[in-house]
Design a protein. Sequence first.
Length: 141
Amino acid sequence: MESAKADGRVFDDLKNLEVLAQASPELLAALSCMVTRGQLDMLPQVAEAFRAMADEDEDVVGVTVTTAIPLDDELRAKIRARLEQDLDREVFLIEQVDPTIIGGLVLEARGQRRDVSVKTQLRAARKTLVETTMKAGGDLA
């Protein structure tokens, strides 16, 4: 813990621990096995292989959902239902929390991305404001 504090990563570690606490028993068993064998350095490749296998399954679509705060059960069910309707496939959600998006969500599936986050909307509004001001010959303070 002291090392994490010194490196300024204690809160990142806490977020990761909270996510891990919600993991399935199968995932925890696989991680435990990787720790025992000293193979944690292979975790990124394992995650990518798992994602590729899941994407190959035509009946099920893995959708990464990034939100500013963790989803509650009701919102999770609504998002899943809407995605299943839109994609005409069964959907499993891969949830990520990123407070920097401020609000809204970012959806990623099969190489496509739909970003309806507050951060992106604010960025677009700022760009429009800058362009409009520049065209009008104004000066931004």
